[in-house]
Design a protein around this ligand. Structure first.
Ligand code: NDP
Ligand code: 2IT
Length: 444
């Protein structure tokens, strides 16, 4: 049996109850086949893939907090430190009722390759909790965040592991967590990214994932004889990534016409009003029905459906496995030419294959959404030198990083005879640097 098949089998047996983790590992190892086959004996002897698919360590802890009625609530917290071959563990904290160890492991595993692709010295990690910030008062969110950090602070540090935002964790949550870390540890350090501007945050971090996604999409189209200007875009999600993807798409002359949340979606043929969307989601923390109520051109639909809208480019920016095979078929039938993932693993494996088989340009999340964590690494640099860079400076570096990632994944795909397969290119390019560092550092 080939080394890849052997490891895949072992990972499947060992992690049978973690479907998202298995999906992520399967996609990466399948892409790596040609690289592994070229070094099969050496990698097998070094157990490189076994080490790569087993987290360095994982923490699971109780998070008790008191709600506004005086009732004690209990959630579960997680932090998975997956791989620090090329730098301190780095990756977000997800707060959502669906969170479990398998989801955190899939996100931490993806983060290893994404962080490597940024070209910056950051390893892979992820964390979070099954706490749901929706409908909670600020005081309740603070109580949760303080209790969560009371335990998490034992395992992280500016040179050890640097968490950040993800679904359900934005500026408010990061602020409460930073305050608690500082209080318990007594050190003022860049232990979290996505901080507020008054206490060590970086300009452009809020915008970075969405903006970076559009810089990637722009370069992708340019290098494939097309152009972002004038394109109709379908976006899913209505959170941090979706909002700033919509904003940058408009700045580049494209027209985003959809967005969605977990209850419904908007079709706005005149183009999404991003200021209104920000007011509804960032300020009021309300449902998309409020967007529709304030915008005569918008239609609101219950449930899911953004991929049924005719578009040139699709940008899934909500969550994992939100773009299914039937959606991919509809996108192809409607003439969609490119799909770039703003979320982590939003496209199922069969939908990805269908899109690729039908010549749709497809850039996976670990490349397309890397602008967020790349800018987090720029925040770490600014914290280390105790300086703050201007918005323009950070934004220019972000754009450079995204354009570089595009060319690196394109080159890697070509080197292995798979031109245009950006999934293979991203996995291979991300893997090469990490593998090199792991081998150089011996058995650890
Ligand atoms: P937010 O919490 O800001 O927004 C998430 C959006 O997705 C919300 O509109 C949410 O709707 C919607 N959604 C729909 N269905 C689900 C579901 N089942 N679970 C969770 N959310 C759902 O998160 P972000 O915008 O930060 O993250 C979106 C995606 O991008 C995630 O996959 C994340 O991992 C990824 N990502 C984020 C980065 C960042 O810097 N923030 C960086 C790179 C990737 P509702 O409000 O109704 O829940
Ligand atoms: O998935 C991701 O890359 C993030 N949620 C951002 C992580 C970070 O450390 O900024």
């Amino acid at each position: 049996m080939s080394y890849v098949d052997e490891v895949l089998e072992r990972v499947k047996t060992k992690n049978a109850s973690e479907p998202e983790f298995l999906q992520a590992v399967d996609e990466v190892l399948e892409s790596l086949r040609p690289v592994i086959e070229a070094n099969e004996e050496k990698y097998r002897k070094e157990a490189l893939l076994e080490r790569l698919t087993e987290p360095d360590r994982q923490f699971k802890f109780r998070v008790p907090w008191v709600d506004d009625n005086g009732q004690v609530q209990v959630n579960t917290g997680y932090r998975v430190q997956f791989n620090n071959a090329i730098g301190p563990y780095k990756g977000g904290l997800r707060l959502h009722p669906s969170v479990n160890i398998g989801i955190i492991k899939f996100l931490g595993f993806e983060q290893i390759f994404k962080n490597s692709l940024t070209g910056l010295p950051i390893g892979g990690g992820k964390g979070g909790s099954d706490f749901d910030p929706k409908g909670k008062s600020d005081r309740e969110v603070m109580a949760f965040c303080q209790s969560f950090m009371t335990e998490l602070c034992k395992y992280i540090g500016a040179d050890v592991d640097v968490p950040a935002g993800d679904i359900g964790t934005g500026a408010r949550e990061i602020g409460y967590m930073f305050g608690q870390y500082k209080k318990i540890r007594g050190t003022y350090e860049g232990v979290l990214t996505g901080k507020g501007l008054s206490y060590g945050g970086s300009l452009a971090r809020t915008e970075a994932t969405g903006y970076g996604l559009l810089y990637m999409t722009e370069e992708l189209l340019k290098c494939n004889n097309s152009n972002i200007a004038g394109k109709t875009i379908a976006v899913s999600g209505a959170g941090n990534v979706a909002i700033y993807a919509i904003q940058k798409a408009q700045q580049l002359g494209a027209k985003p016409v959809t967005c969605s949340d977990s209850t419904g979606w908007i079709y706005d043929p005149e183009g999404i009003d991003v200021e209104l969307l920000k007011e509804v989601k960032e300020v009021k923390r309300a449902r998309l029905t409020e967007y529709a109520a304030a915008r005569p051109s918008a239609e609101y639909h219950e449930g899911r459906g953004v991929w049924s809208v005719k578009c040139d480019v699709a940008l899934p920016c909500a969550t994992q496995n939100e773009l299914h095979l039937e959606d991919a078929k509809q996108l192809v039938a409607n003439g969609c030419i490119a799909v770039c993932e703003g979320a982590n693993m939003p496209t199922t494996e069969e939908a990805t294959k269908y899109l690729q088989d039908n010549k749709v340009l497809f850039v996976p999340g670990k490349a397309a959404n890397a602008g967020g964590v790349a800018t987090s690494a720029l925040e770490m640099s600014q914290n280390s030198e105790r300086l703050s860079w201007s918005f323009e400076e950070v934004d220019a570096k972000l754009k450079d990083i995204m354009v570089n990632i595009y060319h690196n994944i394109d080159d890697a795909a070509k080197r292995y005879g798979q031109e245009g397969n950006y999934v293979a290119g991203a996995n291979i390019a991300g893997f090469e640097k990490v593998a090199d560092a792991m081998l150089a550092q011996g058995v650890c």
